[in-house]
Ligand binder design. Structure first.
Ligand SMILES: [Mg+2]
Length: 176
């Protein structure tokens, strides 16, 4: 497991949107399983899975990817979303930034951790958890404004990390 130093807060990559990424290319690079956060990563916070999201997962399956949903949101939200998009694995109350859900997903989908990619919009949950699990992480630019105060607060705390990340990487333009 990765040492819990400052680097645990930095994503391996950073993109503007999952919907603009060339996933065929990622498959050719050797990635085989894709893990996603839901809220503000795939859809707006608490929004249902739209046709665009369903088509997106269908395309990932066609390419040959295994897919998983890891969300700290509740059972009803996550179960409905995962079944609508047809994710192969999902975990509600995922306990991010704990590494456990990430490791369970990689094991269940029988995929080497280095061949997985995790996509999420929050540093202190999504990215930290993926880094702890030793899974490459992709920070996605949040899709909408935050509805909840505790997330607004975390956004403020993320700012210095994003600032430091930007000094060495192209924020939102650093593709895997
Ligand atoms: Mg999120």
């Amino acid at each position: 497991m990765k040492k819990r130093n400052g680097s645990s807060f930095y994503p391996s990559y950073s993109i503007a949107s999952v919907y603009d990424l060339d996933f065929q290319k990622l498959y050719e690079k050797g990635y085989r399983a894709l893990f996603f956060d839901i809220d503000n990563t795939l859809v707006l916070h608490d929004a249902p899975a739209e046709e665009e999201t369903k088509a997106f997962f269908e395309r990932l399956r066609e390419i040959g990817f295994k897919t998983a949903i890891l969300s700290n949101n509740g059972k009803e939200r996550v179960e409905q979303f995962a079944s609508k998009v047809g994710a192969m694995y999902y975990r509600e109350h995922a306990g991010k930034p704990s590494a456990k859900a990430y490791l369970d997903a990689a094991e269940t989908l029988d995929t080497d951790r280095k061949k997985c990619l995790f996509f999420g919009d929050q540093i202190f949950t999504d990215i930290l958890g993926g880094n702890r699990a030793g899974i490459p992480t992709v920070l996605v630019r949040p899709m909408g404004r935050e509805k909840y105060f505790h997330i607004v607060l975390k956004r403020m705390l993320e700012k210095p990390f994003l600032f430091l990340y930007k000094r060495k990487n192209a924020l939102w333009k650093n593709e895997p």
